[in-house]
Design a protein around this ligand. Structure first.
Ligand SMILES: [Cu+2]
Length: 142
């Protein structure tokens, strides 16, 4: 509604105001884009999301606009609990599929989903993806 007011010519200097506005918008976009990109790059690394508590391996992955981290290296042959946490996740990364576990679930938009992985299943490479296959993550058990 307010955009209608903005596009209506008001005075002679409107053209100049418009170009200033456009350049402000462009620079804001660049700044937010850079922050967003940096934020994506500096996600948690593989080792910080794997922990061993009481003989059980825990792997924490967050799902929002994709999965983070996307590559995890974990120990093979250990009883493992994969914890996928959502926080205000309304994109399709909440629709989680792990083919190797025959797991498929639409996660709640905020919460932590605990997915047990047996020592027998904790072998090789395990892939998780959204139901559309556009986002994915990979756990390598070695
Ligand atoms: Cu998807």
């Amino acid at each position: 509604m307010s955009s209608q007011n903005n596009t209506r010519p008001r005075n002679v200097s409107n053209g100049m105001n418009k170009s200033i506005l456009v350049s402000i918008c462009v620079s804001l976009l660049l700044i937010f884009g850079a922050v967003w990109f940096a934020g994506r790059q500096s996600g948690p690394d593989s080792s910080s999301v794997v922990s061993i508590v009481g003989g059980r391996q825990l792997i924490d992955i967050s799902a929002k606009g994709g999965y983070s981290p996307r590559v995890v290296v974990a120990k093979a042959g250990m009883p493992t609990l994969l914890r996928v946490s959502t926080r205000g996740t309304f994109d399709c990364s909440a629709s989680l599929v792990i083919p190797k576990l025959r797991y498929q679930k639409f996660l709640s938009s905020t919460g932590t989903e605990e997915i047990p992985i047996s020592p027998e299943q904790a072998q090789g490479t395990m892939q998780g993806l959204c139901s559309m296959g556009m986002y994915n993550f990979r756990i390598t058990f070695q």
